[in-house]
Design a protein around this ligand. Structure first.
Ligand SMILES: [Zn+2]
Length: 394
């Protein structure tokens, strides 16, 4: 049996479709173009203010290669209300396009494959936040006949989600905290797309792994395997708003710092954790707390700044830290990450990046930081990746 495959049978089809429509009596006057790369945005971006003073649009552009051979994505333009907001060249695409289920990026989609392009569109101060987004994509479609492989498509139209962003208090108190793996270009949280209960969620899209340095810039001093060696271990964790406690998990043991636990079940990944209902379908998750440290119960109301637990190293955790995120549902996985803005903090510097951070965390060497002098007071923004942050009173 011969099965007709798109492109392999139809150079004629490919070349002529756009020519036919205007002459067809009784047919709609719409040009018809093959779009072998299907584009779609599942979760529209919610604009928020970053600690860099820019409004960010963070979202994923889904790409499906509906053809029988590889497609190379050569350029992507993000268009807002008719204006190009951002242009990603081949190298930028290659760093941001991740095939479904993979954590490595690539600039090409294998035949019959799906991928997500992780986007972070930053708008300089004074620029209007667009109402509508679309995308122009330049492709090389290997399945198309010679001479027709270079294509341009538009798609992935979406309306920007202008719901109000949660304005919250700090989850911790004190100084020299590091916003590790925070928004928007670090990969561990922002790109943690997971298939759960029948759809893809990015619950950790705006999650932060909070860690802390001591006065000498060390994330830990003393034995690496000892919990007490870590600056953040035992720090009080605070309610970020007047809220209702909707989930408490306790009783998970501390891990040994320095390595991830093996064979941890999905429902134990958060370790000891709390979920607060902030109202308006916004939920805050605190994960990896010390066993026995949680001071609140499910159904209890808490107030802004209330001590609710202590930073630990439980669940799927390599060192003591606080994983904090806000989502649109009371679940740490089957919910969609939402941005939030912290009402008041200081940016005192920025680490030299994820790699430098990983080395400092692993070796106990001082974290290389570029200090901001003077520190910048920020009112109502999300602490972005690798910023060094002090919270109120310090
Ligand atoms: Zn985390």
């Amino acid at each position: 049996m011969t099965i007709a495959r798109p492109f392999s049978v139809a150079p004629f089809l490919f070349a002529s479709l756009t020519l036919m429509a205007p002459f067809a009596v009784g047919r709609a006057q719409v040009s018809e173009n093959l779009t072998p790369l299907l584009l779609a945005v599942q979760d529209a971006p919610v604009p928020f203010m970053g600690s860099d003073g820019q409004v960010h649009l963070v979202y994923e552009l889904g790409m499906t290669n509906f053809s029988s051979a590889e497609i190379a994505v050569e350029k992507v333009e993000v268009v807002g209300d008719g204006f190009v907001l951002q242009t990603l060249d081949t190298a930028a695409v290659a760093g941001r396009l991740q095939p479904a289920g993979l954590r490595e990026s690539a600039g090409t989609l294998a035949k019959s494959n799906h991928a997500l392009l992780f986007l972070n569109v930053a708008l300089a101060p004074g620029n209007k936040v667009p109402a509508e987004l679309s995308h122009r994509v330049s492709l090389r479609v290997s399945a198309a006949p010679a001479g027709h492989q270079e294509l341009s498509e538009s798609g992935g139209a979406t309306t920007v989600d202008k719901r109000s962003v949660a304005l919250i208090g700090p989850p911790l108190d004190g100084e020299r905290y590091i916003a590790a793996d925070s928004c928007c270009d670090a990969t561990r949280h922002t790109r943690a797309a997971l298939p759960v209960n029948g759809r893809v969620w990015v619950a950790q899209r705006y999650a932060v792994d909070w860690e802390q340095m001591d006065a000498g810039g060390h994330i830990y001093t003393g034995p690496r395997e000892k919990l007490e060696s870590y600056a953040i271990f035992g720090q009080p964790v605070l309610a970020v708003a007047n809220a209702l406690v909707v989930s408490v998990i306790d009783g998970q043991p501390e891990q040994t710092p320095g390595s991830y636990p093996s064979n941890i079940a999905l429902d134990a990944a958060d370790g000891n954790s709390i979920i607060l209902d902030l109202g308006e379908k916004r939920y805050a998750l605190y994960a990896h707390l010390q066993p026995g440290s949680i001071k609140v119960h499910r159904g209890e109301k808490v107030h802004l700044g209330q001590l609710i637990g202590l930073v630990g190293d439980t669940g799927n955790s390599i060192v003591p830290h606080l994983h904090f995120q806000v989502t649109d549902g009371p679940s740490s996985l089957a919910s969609n990450g939402l941005p939030y803005e912290i009402s008041d903090f200081e940016v005192t510097g920025k680490s030299h990046g994820t790699e430098a951070f990983d080395q400092a965390e692993s070796n106990g060497t001082p974290l290389p930081v570029t200090l901001l002098s003077p520190p910048r007071t920020v009112k109502g923004a999300m602490p972005l990746d690798q910023m060094i942050i002090s919270f109120a009173g310090h």
